[in-house]
Design a protein around this ligand. Structure first.
Ligand code: 26W
Length: 792
């Protein structure tokens, strides 16, 4: 959109007066942010309405991305960038004498997700709007997002995330689109004109009210919708406080686990709530614009983001059978053609199963349909594939509903999120279903949005890119390959190093403000930012730090390093919380040790999320992607760190492999067992043997309990037990020696800044491959059958 700074200032003043009856200059940064957000929302409104009308008028196929988590991050800067008015607004703020930093920083970051899955969902919404695909998000408007993490004596403490305290200007409450969601009661089948109709008794109904937020495309004019549902008591009568609290409870808070299924009833209520509300509103809209429900798959694609929304298969069947009165076969054909499913983890404990009994209590009609789906599946495939395979592939097993199986059986497409992960799906957790439905399986390697992580997150690099290869990279990711022409250009390499240093100085300032720790921007910034999980092996990183610490104590001099961690642990995940305490204890040990001054430092920044990632990632020299091969489905921080020029220290796991293939094997430092080697070694693996054989490792493991690291009495014991008594599930000891050797290779490289910059360049140049725009286009072409109006 085209707007002058003068016009913007006029609009901004008007908005401030309208909302605060005061001049901009007298408002707080929060109020200045709120008024600005409302101005920008107003600018996007027209395109938002036009996009909806355009999609209906042109009968465009719509994608509905069902996800129980979204992590959009702050929207002000990205909305301004995507509208093409960031420079105009920044100039306007300067003209008004308003410092932009505090205004941008006043925005709350809606942490409505745990980690990778939620952030990917938001990246996809940005990418669909930015490629002109009609793609809408469908999720939950949690009253409290993911907890705020604080450290007290090195312990993680969880504080409620009251993100709506000052309201959320980007959302619009659409009570005219509210629907009823039924729980409990009985679903009685009664004969009705030669068919069976369903009559519900004593159901416990909840009102689902949608809140819509605009998803503004990058320079496309396309504005899609992220619809988040909020639970309220039904309006037809007054409700007691208890009844109101019971209704609200459904969308009160996000479950903070990102790997272990809680199995709690409220979680099941949440999953059904947004799935039913979403499908009801989709069908209502569809019938208004298209009429014949049998055409649904031609105009609607529903994507199931991991198993959490997998009930969509049963809920669509319920609506097609009970409301639309279709026959089973036709309803099933429509459902399979409409649904597609992505798996994001191989962790057994993360694959959801629900007791059929709980289903029968809470969702009686869906339980009936689940039993029928299971019966028909077994009847259809047992003869051909045998009962062993079909028993393992069937949705209901031993009274448990296996949501991954249901999702695969009820979808026409199933994918993993990186090549190795998609292959492992076929040979492990979904092997039996792959045997029965091979053509449904594909890979869709994850992606990231270059708008947030490079254009906004790394302005020094973005400016250098514009100056060097022009600005086409801002629209077409592959244009970054032109950078390879400058790999032998010392001046460019120096400027690249200088751009990185600007980000490091900024992060050093944040580390000083947050931790009162002074770090040198000339040290190697070694970053590991992701959820705290045993398989991601933050412990191996700590062991590397302790080895450097011991080397310093032995008088050895190495390139100075600053280790930067960001990681939340699920509150019920004891081991993860023990590792958090260990990292903070090692930080205290190292940071207060005079011998380590300017040699070694550890900065564990609390409350890692999208906004903190934007500050840490552009400042990284090293990207730690050290999960045990075969455990990290893809990873996406690896892609963000690559795109801003960090060198990856990696195992051959998840998307690390594809990053190496894209950037070149010299542009990454690889170590560790491969997935095959780890699998082969597991039966005879003895962690204790490794501990006995390697004196350095022995020393370090002993430091967990011998008092060398103060204040970790119980945590040290717990971690040592996981290693030596439970035989080190994630092979930390097995990969230790190779990890050290890889770090020595990094040190050697660091001694040659130009060579380092050359490798950084190779990563940046190849990073366009991991643009989410390309990823969603692949989903569109091969799964959703939706083509971009603005392809990249
Ligand atoms: C039921 C609790 C629960 C909650 C969330 C189980 C599992 C999850 C997610 C699937 C976990 C997750 O975020 N997985 C991550 O998804 C990313 C996006 O595809 C991948 O890049 C990461 O490798 C994967 O761990």
């Amino acid at each position: 959109m085209v707007i002058t700074t003068a016009q913007f200032i006029k609009d901004y003043r008007t908005e401030a007066l309208r909302w605060f009856a005061d001049d901009l200059e007298n408002l707080s940064a929060l109020q200045q942010y709120q008024a600005l957000a409302l101005v920008v929302k107003g600018y996007a409104a027209q395109n938002w309405a036009k996009s909806k009308a355009h999609a209906d008028a042109t009968q465009q196929k719509q994608v509905y991305y069902f996800s129980i988590e979204f992590m959009p991050g702050r929207l002000l800067a990205s909305n301004l960038l995507n509208l093409g008015i960031k420079d105009v607004v920044d100039a306007g703020l300067a003209k008004l004498g308003i410092e932009s930093g505090p205004v941008y920083a006043a925005e709350r970051d809606p942490g409505l997700g745990n980690g990778g899955l939620g952030r990917l969902a938001s990246a996809f919404l940005d990418a669909m709007a930015s490629t002109g695909m009609a793609g809408n998000g469908n999720g939950i408007r949690y009253r409290y997002g993911l907890f705020e993490q604080r450290f007290v004596d090195g312990y993680q403490v969880e504080v409620p995330d009251d993100w709506l305290r000052d309201g959320y200007p980007w959302e619009t409450r659409k009570e005219n689109r509210a629907v009823i969601v039924k729980f409990g009661g009985q679903a009685e089948l009664v004969p009705d004109q030669g068919r069976l109709a369903v009559v519900y008794h004593d159901t416990d109904d909840v009102l689902a009210v949608p809140y819509d937020t605009a998803m503004i495309g990058y320079h496309t004019g396309t504005v899609n919708t992220m619809r988040l549902w909020s639970a309220e008591p039904t309006p037809e009568r007054a409700h007691s406080l208890a009844e109101t609290a019971r209704a609200n409870a459904i969308t009160e808070f996000l479950y903070p686990d990102d790997s272990d299924t809680s199995g709690r009833e409220l979680r099941l209520r949440q999953e059904y709530f947004f799935v039913s509300a979403g499908l009801q509103s989709i069908i209502t809209h569809f019938k208004r614009t298209h009429g014949d429900i049998r055409l649904l798959p031609d105009f609607v694609a529903v994507h199931i983001n991991d198993t959490h929304p997998a009930m969509a298969v049963l809920e669509l069947m319920r609506l097609l059978l009970d409301e639309e009165r279709l026959a089973w076969e036709q309803a099933w054909q429509i459902t399979v053609a409409t649904m597609s499913y992505t798996n994001h983890t191989l962790m057994a404990e993360a694959l959801e199963t629900w007791p059929l009994g709980l289903f029968q209590d809470l969702l009686p009609r869906l339980a009936q349909l689940a039993v029928e789906v299971d019966r028909r599946f077994r009847a259809r495939y047992t003869a051909r594939y045998g009962s062993v395979t079909v028993d393992r592939a069937a949705p209901i097993q031993n009274g448990q509903l296996h949501m991954a199986n249901l999702a695969v059986i009820g979808s026409h497409a199933v994918n993993g999120v990186a090549k190795i992960h998609s292959e492992l799906l076929k040979t492990s957790v979904l092997a039996d279903l792959y045997q029965i439905f091979p053509s449904r399986f594909s890979n869709k390697t994850n992606g990231i949005t270059p708008r947030r992580w490079v254009q906004l997150g790394d302005v020094p690099l973005a400016t250098l890119l514009d100056d060097t290869i022009g600005a086409t990279w801002r629209r077409s990711p592959q244009a970054l390959l032109a950078l390879n022409k400058y790999s032998q250009d010392p001046d460019f390499l120096r400027r690249l190093t200088a751009a990185k240093r600007v980000n490091k100085v900024r992060l050093a300032g944040i580390i000083k403000d947050t931790l009162n720790l002074t770090v040198s921007p000339d040290a190697m910034f070694d970053v590991q930012v992701k959820r705290l999980h045993a398989y991601k092996r933050q412990l191996l990183h700590v062991f590397g730090i302790l080895e450097h610490y011991l080397a310093i104590k032995n008088g050895e001099k190495r390139p100075p390093r600053v280790h930067i961690f960001g990681a939340k642990a699920a509150p019920s995940y004891r081991y993860a919380k023990a590792v958090i305490r260990l990292i903070n204890a090692v930080a205290a040990l190292v940071n207060e040790d005079p011998d380590c001054q300017d040699q070694l430092a550890v900065a564990f920044l609390p409350n890692y999320g999208v906004s903190l990632a934007e500050a840490i990632i552009p400042a990284a020299d090293v990207s730690e992607q050290i999960s045990l091969a075969g455990t990290e489905a893809s990873g996406t921080s690896n892609m963000k760190l690559m795109a801003t020029g960090a060198l990856t220290l990696a195992t051959l796991d998840g998307a690390n492999i594809e990053i190496r293939d894209a950037a070149g094997k010299d542009a990454m430092v690889v170590f560790g067992l491969t997935e095959q080697e780890a699998t082969a070694m597991r039966p005879e693996y003895s962690a204790r043997e490794r501990y006995e054989q390697d004196p350095v490792l022995h020393r370090i493991v002993d430091m967990l309990t011998d008092g060398s690291i103060p204040n970790i009495e119980s945590e040290g014991k717990e971690i040592r037990a996981e290693l030596l008594d439970y035989n080190d599930t994630y092979f930390v000891l097995a990969d230790f020696a190779d990890y050290l050797a890889a770090n020595r290779r990094l040190d050697a490289l660091w001694a040659h800044p130009e060579e380092w910059a050359r490798l950084a360049l190779a990563n940046i140049a190849a990073s366009g491959k991991f643009s989410a725009d390309l990823t969603v286009q692949r989903y569109g072409r091969e799964i959703w059958r939706v083509l971009p109006e603005h392809p990249v």
